[in-house]
Design a protein around this ligand. Structure first.
Ligand code: ADP
Ligand code: MG
Length: 702
């Protein structure tokens, strides 16, 4: 067995490879550009880098290169270009130039842009993002050198998930450095956002999944009655991993290790057939790319093990859904985690300022966080009593809450420096222990040395939620810095910060909640606190259009006002299209399989009933009633399908916003009604007649 350390990062054009393959001056200029230094890459340098990349990639077996980018579909996109070219005499050669490395022009007119780019001006282009290393994705016969890139329209307007994220990272970094300087950290020259995303997923038998159009086309089941055994025994979580799944995981890990992704954790999750992978955290930008890569690799390898990978947020009704807990912190250039409490009171006051900045930001802009996790799939998961509710709140744990509450009460009135001892700030290292047995119901929780955002959906790109979280936090850090600075004339940094924290404790009280967020009482309490509550995806998306939110994103240069509206429209369009496809698939399944199966069952029962009554005297009312109820279900289904058709026709003839409200107000309940009629009928249909593999069979790994 080869050890992972011997092949880790083999398929990544990382610093080691660059050092080996690039001339020293080129290496230095490139690493300086990667680290945000003053050197911009010129074309000569790019030519040398491209040649080295091509040599390295072809030595691994790559035959193509592709700019690999994140359009607003949540997926990644790539257009493969062969290294193979013909020279002017028609002789074959391998070519890859600096300009091909730096920029590419895919005809991207079919990718979503929310009206930012009409088809006649389709020229979107991708530009190399050297801060995320290039990598090779090998196939059996060759492979592709993937160049992480950003995606822009011809006029430079970002059209992807990456650009806003990179801008949000830049926004928080400068502000965090400013706050650190106020605390006397003169030597700090960068601050990084660190991120680790825990990926939940389902694996089901590929041969069964292929028989279900809903799983194939929508990634979730649209029909199916509950299985006789679900997750009620709680016997799956952290159970012994099924040998087939473990082999799959090992294959995925080996592939990811080659791609420089260190998987730290693997385990069974709560629902049957549900699992989790968690990588070691890294830079936010890289973590985002790595998570996309993880999903791609997991999906590709699953069929080799007879599985289909489901990343949908709610593949099965009545069974836990999948999320992607997004852990986040800040690290300074001394390698110090800014959310790590220490034994040093002064550092703990600084820590408090960073925590305060986030909760202050959230108390003002929590609706942006809600908008960032709004997707067609997540709508079925959030608030489902297994995942955080649709109300954004923060859990801090009792020690920190205690500190804030004592500040809020006004204690101590005049804060003397020694007061911090009484506030318990010297005891903060206990936080990690306290948080090991933490409240798992809050959307955002402090977990000892980082925050964990639990509302992100399993299939989402983390770029969206991270962008909004960082925007909110960046604003908070700036606000805290301003407030501290204005008090510095009269008091020292500790007193000034505690004084600022006293206000923040009051202002943030409404978003802080330590209780059970799954409880109905919290919903009522949130209404009393006047927190934004959006239970549907369109409602949550409309939060992007709130003037304060728009002003925040444009003032931090994360998105222009025009981009925000376009982003909102892209998301809403995605919602409408996804639900329209779901309605069409449901109609198709009912019409072509469920209705005929009811007829077969009725025929079977009818015949048996006739026979029975011809030879036996007796009252067969229950039996007859069952046949009648199947007939009634069929009649009802015809009626509802007619309504669904009409609705889809109306949807196709109105504006985006009108279609989204038609879907939300009529479509979803109609789909629910159709599902319950179909599921009720399924209960009485012979196994031999069942048109689709049932939940009973799907939710077991053989
Ligand atoms: P949980 O107990 O929440 O399931 P896991 O071990 O599954 O925890 O995942 C925790 C995730 O948090 C990992 O991806 C880990 O690398 C990440 N993480 C740990 N420390 C930090 C940090 N300072 N910044 C960002 N992410 C972190
Ligand atoms: Mg975990």
């Amino acid at each position: 067995m080869e050890r992972p350390t011997s092949y880790f990062g083999h398929h990544v054009f990382n610093e080691k490879v660059m050092r080996e393959r690039l001339p020293k001056n080129v290496f230095e200029q490139l690493t300086s550009a990667i680290n945000g230094g003053p050197h911009k890459l010129n074309i000569k340098i790019a030519d040398v880098v491209a040649a080295a990349m091509k040599e390295w990639a072809t030595s691994l077996g790559a035959t193509h290169y592709a700019h690999w980018f994140h359009p607003r579909t949540e997926l990644t996109a790539e257009k493969h270009m062969a290294f193979l070219s013909l020279d002017d005499k028609g002789a074959p050669l391998e070519a890859f130039t600096g300009s091909e490395l730096i920029q590419s022009e895919p005809d991207a007119s079919s990718l979503p842009s929310g009206g930012m780019r009409s088809t006649f001006e389709a020229r979107g282009y991708t530009a190399w993002d050297p801060t995320s290393p290039a990598f090779v994705m090998l196939t059996e016969k060759g492979g592709t050198l993937c160049i992480p890139s950003i995606f822009l329209s011809w006029d430079g307007t970002p059209l992807d998930m990456k650009m806003p994220l990179l801008k949000a990272i830049a926004a928080i970094e400068t502000r965090a450095i400013r706050l650190l300087r106020l605390f006397g950290n003169r030597g700090v020259h960068w601050v990084k956002v660190t991120v680790g995303a825990e990926q939940e997923f389902f694996l089901v038998e590929d041969s069964l999944a292929r028989k279900r159009p809903d799983l194939v086309l929508c990634g979730r089941t649209l029909l199916g009655c509950p299985p006789p055994k679900g997750q009620q025994l709680e016997d799956h979580y952290f159970g012994a991993i099924h040998p087939r799944v473990l082999t799959y995981m090992e294959d995925v890990e080996a592939e990811l290790h080659k791609l420089g992704i260190a998987i730290k954790t693997r385990h069974d999750e709560v629902a049957p057939c549900q699992f989790e992978f968690a990588p070691q955290f890294t830079d936010a930008n890289l973590a985002t790319d790595q998570n996309q890569l993880m999903m791609t690799v997991m999906k590709r390898i699953a069929p080799h093990h007879g599985f289909k990978l489901l990343l949908h947020e709610k593949p099965f009704a009545g069974i836990n859904g999948s999320g992607k807990h997004t852990n986040i912190s800040l690290m300074d250039s001394d390698g110090y985690n800014l959310l790590e409490p220490t034994n040093n009171q002064r550092k703990n006051v600084q820590f408090l300022a960073f925590v305060g900045a986030l909760i202050l930001g959230i108390s003002k802009y929590s609706s942006l966080l809600r908008a960032s996790v709004a997707s067609p799939g997540n709508m079925h998961r959030l608030g489902g009593f297994e995942a955080p509710p649709a109300i954004m709140s923060v859990y801090l744990g009792s020690t920190l809450t205690n500190v804030l509450e004592r500040l809020e009460e006004g204690f101590p009135e005049e804060i003397p420096t020694s007061g911090i001892i009484d506030l318990g700030l010297a005891k903060l290292p206990t936080l990690k222990k306290e948080n090991s047995d933490r409240n798992r119901t809050a959307p955002l929780a402090f977990t000892g040395n980082k925050f964990e955002f639990r509302a992100t959906g399993a299939s989402q790109s983390i770029a969206g939620p991270l962008t909004m979280l960082l925007a909110v936090w960046a604003w908070g850090i700036e606000e805290v810095s301003n407030r501290i600075e204005s008090r510095l004339g009269n008091s020292d940094i500790t007193d000034a910060t505690l004084d600022v924290m006293r206000d923040i404790a009051k202002e943030s009280a409404k978003v802080r909640f330590e209780g059970n967020c799954y409880d109905k009482a919290w919903h009522d309490e949130a209404v009393r606190r006047d927190l934004p509550i959006a239970t549907t995806t369109p409602d949550a998306l409309s939060y992007y259009l709130i003037p304060e939110n728009r002003a925040l994103l444009s003032s931090l240069s994360i998105m222009t006002d025009r981009e925000i509206v376009a982003y909102y429209e892209t998301r809403l369009e995605q919602y409408v299209k996804t639900l329209d496809v779901e309605m069409a698939v449901m109609e198709d399944m009912i019409r072509h399989a469920i209705l005929p199966s009811i007829s077969k069952q009725v025929a079977l029962e009818g015949k048996a009933f006739e026979k029975a009554t011809s030879i036996l005297d007796g009252n067969f009312e229950s039996w007859k009633g069952k046949i009648k109820s199947l007939c009634d279900a069929k009649e009802q289904l015809y009626h509802r399908l007619e309504q669904l058709r009409n609705l889809r026709y109306r949807i196709s003839n109105c504006s985006l916003e009108e279609s989204s409200s038609l879907i939300t107000n009529e479509g979803i309940s109609l789909m629910n009604e159709i599902r319950s009629l179909s599921d009720a009928a399924e209960l009485w249909i012979d196994d031999m007649i069942q048109p689709y593999p049932s939940y009973r069979d799907l939710l077991v790994i053989q």
